[in-house]
Design a protein around this ligand. Structure first.
Ligand code: PLP
Length: 411
């Protein structure tokens, strides 16, 4: 007989029970401290319980907890939208709020369909856009997310994403873009295609950065055909890659941008950004949600943005990212099966030749090094490094030492 009243549908990365968290560290109920390089799956951007975020949440909770957006307006909605407009790439100036990444990717497709009057969506192989039904249909990083849930919504077409293991990057980008052109000729014509949605760095798909030339090729085809270009920055946004948004590594302006995870340091909050002119084509009342724009979430997001936009903060992310990738690359010398170390910023992957090696490494880091890491990737060959963005140089060194010991012990 089950002794738990909890669902078993959640897969577990660790069996740790948290008592408290601060910065990059969590303390368990047994009093053990762990270095958290999973950061709530790239969510705790300012670390665990950043004092400014805690204070903003507490202050807002005293005022009012919920002010439903259809019923009321409140005094944090416009300020948050204005702050997001300041940091969003290109002419994105209009925002819709929800609670999770999947809600926002679904909202982005609903807006794209309404704004273009077209039915179909193009996604890229290895993508992860969420676990609701349409988001599942748009997710191709692993079969486990989709299996057993058919039928999935139609109108989703999968184009190739450049393979990071191909040495000739230019040729690989051309191959992937030819695949996209072929899709537009053979399966969903431009006149039927509302949007292309792309993660500038694949998240669950293995922390694989899209080469800038690929992002630019996708955006150019969107522009040429009147298709909307959606950047899914749910995992890569808010400084994670050393730029505020990962599309800024390429010369593009997305029509719609999906934001969640790091936006509010762990309080459930998500945002869709677009241009006013596109938002005007979204019929009032055709979308919404009970909790979107929750005042505590807005307060947490504003306090988070204060931290992320402080002078020098993104330089800090880039420096710590360089320290991490340099350290990992040094370890490659003695461990040839550590095939790739990929950045950018603090969205780092270590890719192994053999998937069988990966679980033992992660387990060793957890048990012996007190370091929490997670895997990623279609083939299960990648370990992703996504510490809180406030991580210190000493904490990076500590994590590198734990990983080096794990490589030696499990090699
Ligand atoms: C790029 C991307 N899009 C969407 C999602 C879905 O977000 P959520 O789990 O908040 O629904 C994720 C979650 O990992 C993601 O990484």
């Amino acid at each position: 007989m089950s002794t738990s009243n909890l669902s078993r549908v959640w897969f577990k990365v660790t069996d740790l029970q948290v008592a408290s968290g601060r910065g990059c560290r969590v303390t368990t109920v047994e009093g053990d401290q762990y270095l958290d390089f999973a950061a709530g799956i790239a969510v705790n951007s300012t670390g665990h319980s950043h004092p400014a975020v805690v204070e903003a949440i507490a202050r807002q909770a005293e005022r009012f907890v919920h002010a439903q957006v259809n019923v009321f307006t409140h005094d944090l909605l416009e300020p948050l939208a204005a702050r997001l407009a300041e940091i969003a790439p290109g002419p994105i100036d209009t925002f819709f709020f929800a609670n999770s990444g999947a809600e926002i990717t679904e909202a982005a497709i609903k807006l794209a369909k309404q704004a273009t009057g077209r039915p179909n969506t193009i996604v890229f192989s290895g993508s992860f856009h969420g676990r609701t039904h349409l988001a599942m249909a748009m997710t191709t990083s692993k079969t486990v997310y989709r299996a057993g849930h058919a039928p999935l919504p139609g109108g989703v077409f999968v184009a190739p994403f450049p393979d990071p293991l191909v040495a000739d990057r230019d040729a690989e980008v051309s191959r992937a873009l030819r695949g996209l052109d072929h899709l537009l000729l053979s399966q969903t014509s431009p006149a039927e295609t509302a949007a292309m949605i792309l993660e500038p760095v694949l998240g669950e798909g293995g922390y694989v950065p899209a080469p800038p030339a690929f992002i630019e090729g996708v955006a150019e085809r969107c522009r040429r055909h009147g298709i909307l270009f959606i950047a899914d920055e749910v995992q890569s946004g808010f400084g994670r890659t050393g730029k505020m948004f990962a599309v800024e590594h390429a010369d593009v302006e997305p029509d719609i941008i999906c934001m969640a995870k790091g936006i509010a340091s762990g309080f459930p909050f998500a945002a869709l950004g677009t241009r006013r002119e596109l938002d005007d084509r979204w019929p009032t009342g055709s979308h919404g949600g009970t909790y979107g724009g929750n005042p505590i979430g807005c307060a947490a997001a504003i306090a988070t943005l204060d931290v992320l936009t402080a002078p020098g903060f993104l330089d800090h992310v880039r420096e710590r990212g360089r320290q991490l990738t340099d350290g990992l690359r040094k370890l490659q010398g003695g461990h040839p099966d550590l095939r790739q170390v990929r950045g950018p910023g603090l969205m780092v992957a270590t890719g192994f030749a053999d998937a069988a090696r990966v679980p033992a490494l992660v387990e060793h880091c957890l048990r012996e090094g007190r370091l929490i890491l997670m895997t990623a990737g279609t083939y299960g060959r990648d370990i992703r490094w996504m510490p809180p963005l406030v991580v210190t140089a000493d904490e990076i060194d500590e994590a590198l030492a734990a990983f080096a010991a794990a490589l030696d012990a499990t090699g």
